[in-house]
Design a binder for this molecule. Structure first.
Ligand SMILES: [Zn+2]
Length: 261
């Protein structure tokens, strides 16, 4: 038997449970003997995670949901393997994440990044249930509210559970946000809206998909919002920017024949 180390009541994070970094954050939420997992990470850690869950005395037959917060390989590669070990569970994803996973879109899932030599094998996915904004996931006598929080990726979900928000790759404790990449479906204006929504909410704690949980610190959120607001008008993330004011200035200068000073 393993003693359960709850991060918050009814919430266990499996890296914290193991006291070492296994991969992305894997949240186990439970109500009575029923439980669910949010993300799972890579296939090669699935058996260790499931074994740990068994040792914490959660009946394996009582896993109701295996959730993909979004379609990134480092979050979901192991979900199909987990489903084999937890056959009573449903694989749950947003319709856009389902499309990426079921069509094997290796660019959008970050399974294939040739410039960095990344090529990750992905299983054939079959998602059992789609959820999106406004849905509720019920588990025993609790329920989680589904939020659509696009920006880092299309089809990225967050889940509100009382004062907690399972916040995916929206923002991390150091103020970094999930990577911005047009091929991945990133959308900076949508990202800003997702961050503003989190910031304005009464959620007190953010439970991200990477790194430790942290307070919903409005100033930290604002610094990320301000940074992304700048990116919208900069070439740095040009494939995701909405405009580039330098080119407007240049047009005016060209018309006047302005020379460098
Ligand atoms: Zn991630």
């Amino acid at each position: 038997m393993l003693e359960r180390r709850e991060l918050f009541p009814q919430v266990i994070e499996l890296n914290l449970q193991a006291r070492r970094r296994l991969g992305c954050c894997v949240y186990l939420v439970f109500s009575g003997s029923e439980w669910m997992l949010m993300d799972i990470g890579y296939e090669d850690t699935v058996e260790e995670l499931v074994d740990m869950i068994r040792q914490m005395d959660f009946p394996l037959a009582n896993c109701r949901y295996l959730i993909a917060t979004h379609a990134d390989a480092d979050h979901v590669q192991g979900l199909q393997r987990a489903k084999q070990l937890l056959p009573g569970s449903q694989l749950v994803a947003h319709p856009e994440a389902r499309r990426i996973l079921e069509t094997g879109d290796r660019i959008a899932s970050f399974a294939e990044i040739p410039a960095q030599g990344i090529s990750i094998s992905m299983p054939d996915f079959a998602i059992d249930r789609e959820v999106a904004e406004g849905d509720k996931l019920t588990l025993g006598d609790i329920s989680l509210d589904v939020w659509d929080t696009p920006g880092h990726a299309v089809g990225q979900l967050a889940f509100r559970f009382g004062k907690l928000l399972f916040s995916g790759d929206n923002i991390f404790r150091d103020g970094c946000v999930g990577s911005i990449d047009a091929h991945h479906g990133s959308d900076i204006p949508a990202f800003i809206e997702s961050l503003k929504r989190i910031q304005a909410s009464s959620v007190e704690w953010l439970l991200p998909s990477h790194g430790p949980a942290f307070r919903n610190d409005r100033a930290l959120l604002q610094s990320a919002i301000d940074r992304l607001d700048k990116y919208q008008h900069m070439a740095d993330f040009g494939t995701c920017a909405v405009d580039w004011p330098l080119l407007d200035e240049w047009e005016l200068e060209l018309a006047k024949g302005v020379l460098p000073e």
